[in-house]
Design a binder for this molecule. Structure first.
Ligand code: FAD
Length: 395
């Protein structure tokens, strides 16, 4: 086998967190490599639609944002991480804008939506393809700099050596002083195991968490998996699609078979998902044409102007499937979506193993056992940047 390649910082994964970490480490002066399992474009981050939270509204504050996270997590989040997340949110948004992300604006300011569990309108959007816009900008920055990219090179081995870490990524043996794990969650694999639908891309299989645990890293809340309340249930082409939560932010409500509202449609995710499960168990749900359980999401209540501006992709997808969400209610049911827990990290993204960092969905603590929507992309950027800078400083 060829001699090992050597870098200061090796990043694993090319989602928003990995790209943010790689760009930040490189800008801090490190020689950076990024290895990922599939193509550089392949990740969950690019699929994110709804948006990214930051307390930028007039009546809002990072403290209020932190309080909402804490409450939505049922007081299980790591408060140090929450404080970092919410206090650095405005600068994370400014950084993304410098990289070329153009958030939707109106009346001279950002168009902000209120998402489930939030007390204020705080969700910035790029139409309903926010993740696509953010990853495209980060990818441009990584490709435009000196980061060495290794697509189709999954991490399969990680062990400590005298200078840091030795890894095998596909056919490459790569040594690095510090390694940043940014390989996302495991909901695709978990849904397959349970015979359920998932919103996740096929690379979300969780083996990097297992490799880190085998190397001795600690994890928390790994059993806490999140259902997205609004998976598409019908037509078949929309099964596993996550109907953006912004539909509810812009006025859509959940209805049972009798047309009754049975829950606060803007409650925290776990509460709304459980309310749907319960309603169906009580016999008050409806059935899709292929016999799946569902309830209604009444999207006809959304103002067409809001829908055209903030939900164009969702409208296009449903209309292509023969359903106009502004004319008829959608059928929806919760779908496996997000790994709340993950590797234990400190404020700089360092795991319990020296020189091994983690950021994004693979890390735990920031959301406790229940994440609010819009805080995952934010976590990727805030902690990706922190991990990148800290890993670069350590080499
Ligand atoms: C459909 C959908 C909609 C969403 N909407 C929102 C939203 O509106 N707002 C929000 O905040 N969050 C949203 N989320 C959640 C959010 O997008 C993700 O949690 C977040 O982007 C995860 O980013 P990440 O960088 O940690 O992981 P990912 O983006 O999943 O990237 C992980 C990377 O690691 C790679 N990888 C995996 N295994 C290996 C391996 N063995 N070796 C090397 N590389 C590996 C993968 O190929 C991938 O490139 C959504 C998620 C989905 C699926």
């Amino acid at each position: 086998m060829a001699e090992a390649l050597s870098f200061d910082v090796l990043v694993i994964g090319s989602g928003a967190s990995g790209l943010a970490a790689a760009v930040s480490a490189e800008r801090a002066g490190a020689r950076v490599a990024l290895a990922t399992k599939g193509s550089i474009q392949s990740c969950n981050s690019a699929k994110a639609q709804g948006g990214i939270q930051a307390a930028l509204g007039e009546d809002d504050s990072p403290e209020q944002h932190a309080e909402d996270v804490w409450r939505s997590s049922h007081e299980t989040a790591d408060r140090r991480l929450v404080e970092v997340l919410t206090s650095e949110a405005p600068s994370a948004i400014a950084w993304l804008e410098e990289l070329g992300v153009e958030f939707t604006r109106e009346n001279g300011g950002y168009r902000l939506a209120r998402c489930g569990g939030a007390t204020q309108k705080r969700l910035l959007q790029v139409g309903d393809r926010t993740g696509h816009a953010i990853t495209a900008a980060l990818r441009d920055a990584a490709e435009g700099g000196s980061v060495t990219l290794f697509p189709r090179s999954p991490l399969v081995e990680l062990e400590r050596n005298e200078n840091g870490w030795h890894t095998r990524c596909g056919e490459h043996r790569i040594d690095a002083s510090t390694v940043i794990l940014a390989a996302g969650g495991r909901c695709y694999a978990e849904a397959e195991r349970r015979g359920e639908l998932s919103t996740n891309h096929p690379g979300a299989t969780g083996e990097v968490t297992r490799i880190a645990l085998d190397a001795g890293a600690e994890a928390r809340d790994l059993d806490a998996l999140q259902y997205h309340p609004n998976g598409g249930a019908w037509p078949e082409t929309m099964q596993g699609y996550s109907i953006p939560e912004t539909t509810r932010a812009y006025g859509a409500v959940l209805l049972n078979a009798d047309g009754e509202e049975f829950t606060d449609s803007l409650g925290p995710r776990d509460v709304v998902s459980q309310a749907i499960f319960d309603e169906v168990a009580k016999g008050k749900g409806v059935e899709t044409e292929d016999g799946r359980p569902a309830v209604y999401l009444d999207t006809t209540r959304i103002d067409p102007h809001d829908a055209e501006l903030s939900l164009p992709y969702m409208l296009r997808r449903y209309r292509a499937g023969g359903i106009d969400p502004l004319e008829e209610k959608l059928l929806t049911y919760p779908v496996l979506h997000y790994q709340n827990g993950g590797l234990v990290i400190d404020e700089h993204g360092e795991t319990t193993l020296e020189g091994l960092y983690a950021c994004g969905e693979i890390a735990g603590g920031t959301h406790g056992r229940n994440r609010m929507m819009g805080n995952s992309l934010l976590e990727c950027v805030v902690f990706g940047r922190r991990a990148g800078r800290a890993a670069a400083a350590r080499h």
